[in-house]
Design a protein around this ligand. Structure first.
Ligand SMILES: [Zn+2]
Length: 240
């Protein structure tokens, strides 16, 4: 498994989240449902009021929220890049690439899956990553960064409604545990991570990275993190 395959797996996994975030009535999967902090909610309400005011005062037409436009733009950009890459690979592969997306199509996963399959076949045939792997790597990482950035824009500052499996939600103000201590942050360098603000000391091998002595997990670790949370919830009954 090379990094480019991992990045494609990540894109396939998170693509629906990007699209769901675009829809006002979307219901993201439970563990990822971030809860707005009071400050974030206040800010959102303020923006909504401001927007309403501008619309009525300036007579502007009804328009979707700016964040929706950004997400939609990202989805379309990445879709075009995914299709271009698949078409390039398709010229050389015996397996034909999927047809270009139709107008209104937003699901880029068939093109991600195709690229993934071609790169794996190339690896198997040559016994090592080949020229298509090298060609695809920067393109796939570019798509990964674009999607991660868009998801970060949606989620930064939000609380993840999950009890941390390592500190059980223990904080200074809530020493008995049960608090939601995970928050999504943008770390220096633009990396997006879940940061635990509890009295948290996970074993070294379970920590993605550290930030000012606080354990955090970059977005690329979230699948592993979700599995850990689910495993913890499975053999623990929290009585409230
Ligand atoms: Zn914790």
């Amino acid at each position: 498994m090379t990094h480019v395959i991992e990045a494609l797996d990540w894109l396939i996994e998170y693509w629906p989240d990007l699209l769901e975030a675009r829809l006002p009535m979307s219901t993201p999967r439970p563990w990822r449902t971030p809860e707005l902090s009071p400050e974030a909610r206040e800010e959102r309400d303020y923006e909504a009021r401001l927007e309403r005011f501008e619309r009525t005062a300036l007579g502007l037409a009804e328009s979707p929220a700016p964040v929706d436009i950004n997400v939609l733009q990202t989805a379309l950009d990445v879709l075009v890049r995914a299709d271009d890459l698949a078409a390039e690979l398709g010229e050389w592969s015996i397996e034909p690439s999927p047809l270009p997306p139709e107008l209104g199509e937003l699901d880029a996963r068939p093109w991600f899956r195709y690229t993934r399959a071609v790169l794996i076949n190339e690896h198997v045939d040559l016994g090592e990553p080949g020229p298509w792997h090298d060609h695809a790597t920067p393109i796939v990482h570019g798509m990964y960064e674009q999607v991660a950035q868009a998801l970060a824009m949606l989620y930064t500052g939000q609380v993840v409604r999950v009890i941390c499996p390592w500190c059980d939600g223990r904080t200074i103000t809530q020493p008995a545990g049960g608090a939601y201590t995970w928050k999504i942050h943008e770390l220096p360098g633009g990396q997006i991570a879940i940061v635990c603000h509890g009295l948290c000391e996970p074993p070294e091998r379970e920590v993605g990275t550290w930030w000012r002595g606080i354990p955090c997990w970059p977005i690329s670790d979230w699948e592993r993190l979700a599995k850990r949370v689910r495993a913890n919830e499975a053999h623990e009954t929290i009585g409230i």
